[in-house]
Ligand binder design. Structure first.
Ligand code: NAP
Ligand code: GLV
Length: 319
């Protein structure tokens, strides 16, 4: 390590060139930190910090003095799933209000698309047919939206949809006070109560053992018939066969999917050509590099001060 540096940070990803993604500004702004890429040839003992996204299974075995791993996103499931991550290592998420705003716009696009029947207009345009939908156009207040997850992003999405006039409900693990215009639910009974009044279901949960597979036949079956799914959490939340069956039998009228259990989505996957599924490539929103940098610097300061970094997730909860 060079004389002016007191810490080494390793960039670890099997899916991204993190050095290129974060850019030279991030690397140079890292005060008194030497940034190296995994696999790293130098002395591994000095590596106390990592920035990671989909780390290879054995990545953290090489760094016995690792104290903290920073995610480059809101979700940390890909880091927690790494078998070589020791239980005592802190995992840090990013909180970026601009990311929540971007997600909110993405969800609103799909919510309004379902409410205002954009797919019908697209089909009419393909046939060069001028047909007003008249009484079939519904008001926002007649289309109830249920949101799974009432955290940093879910809260912003809920607030913005409520301001557009939609009846909004949101579900969390622990009871939450809800801002004006939003009804809050929690726990298993709360989920059933919310689903029973939901036409559009938005998934904004973190992936944990409790939430894996939550978008399933039972969940869809409790929603209004002809409901709509907006899946922006993680691919493993969804039981894919149950979605296809719900679309087939009319329980759901459509779905917007941004995340998939295998990304990129496999070439012959049935979602690609399904007439009532809209696929986007995990791009609902992005964390800015500036926000990653802010979290990173706060993490470094905390480590230097012998404190727990802010935005450290609770490893027992998994988010
Ligand atoms: P967050 O701030 O950690 O909020 C998570 C919310 O989910 C909290 O309200 C939490 O309840 C709730 N929750 C967790 N486990 C639950 C359970 N078992 N039952 C009921 N509620 C549960 O997370 P966030 O920043 O809003 O992000 C949410 C997720 O969105 C991320 O983890 C990621 O998977 C996804 N995401 C996707 C994209 C994309 O581009 N598609 C981008 C960003 C994020 P409590 O409030 O009681 O803790
Ligand atoms: C993106 O998926 C994130 O977790 O920020």
């Amino acid at each position: 390590m060079s004389g002016t540096c007191d810490m080494r940070c390793v960039l670890v990803s099997k899916s991204l060139d993190l050095r290129g993604y974060l850019g030279p500004e991030f690397v140079h702004a890292a005060d008194r930190i030497e940034i190296v890429s995994h696999p790293h040839d130098g002395p591994a003992m000095d590596v106390r910090l990592a920035v990671a996204w989909h780390p290879p299974d054995d990545a953290f075995e090489h760094y016995p003095n690792l104290q903290a791993v920073c995610s480059i996103g809101a979700g940390v499931d890909n880091i927690l799933a790494c078998p070589s991550l020791r239980p005592d290592v802190d995992v840090i998420r990013v909180v970026d209000p601009a990311q929540a705003q971007m997600m909110s716009g993405f969800v609103a696009w799909h919510v309004i698309g379902h409410q205002r029947r954009f797919a019908t207009y697209q089909a009419q345009q393909r046939e060069q047919r001028w047909k007003r939908l008249g009484l079939d156009v519904r008001r926002a207040q007649d289309v109830p939206v249920g949101i799974l997850g009432f955290g940093e992003i879910g809260r912003r999405v809920a607030t913005d949809l409520a301001s557009l006039g939609f009846p909004v409900m949101a579900w969390s693990r622990t009871a939450k006070p809800a801002p004006h215009g939003i009804r809050a639910f929690d726990g298993a009974a709360g989920l059933d109560a919310m689903l029973g009044q939901t036409e559009i279901l938005v998934n904004l949960l973190p992936l944990t053992p409790e939430t894996r597979g939550i978008l399933n036949r039972r969940t869809f079956g409790r929603m209004y018939r002809g409901g709509y799914l907006i899946q922006v959490g993680r691919g493993e939340h969804l039981v894919e066969a149950d979605l296809l069956a719900a679309l087939e039998n009319g329980q759901l009228s459509g779905a917007a999917l941004d995340v998939f259990s295998t990304e990129p989505l496999a070439p012959r996957h049935p979602f690609w050509c399904h007439p009532r599924i809209l696929v986007t490539p995990h791009e609902a929103c992005e964390v800015s590099v500036a926000a990653i940098g802010t979290t990173f610097r706060a993490t470094v300061e905390a480590i230097r001060a012998g404190q727990r970094p802010p935005l450290t997730i609770d490893r027992t909860r998994g988010y």
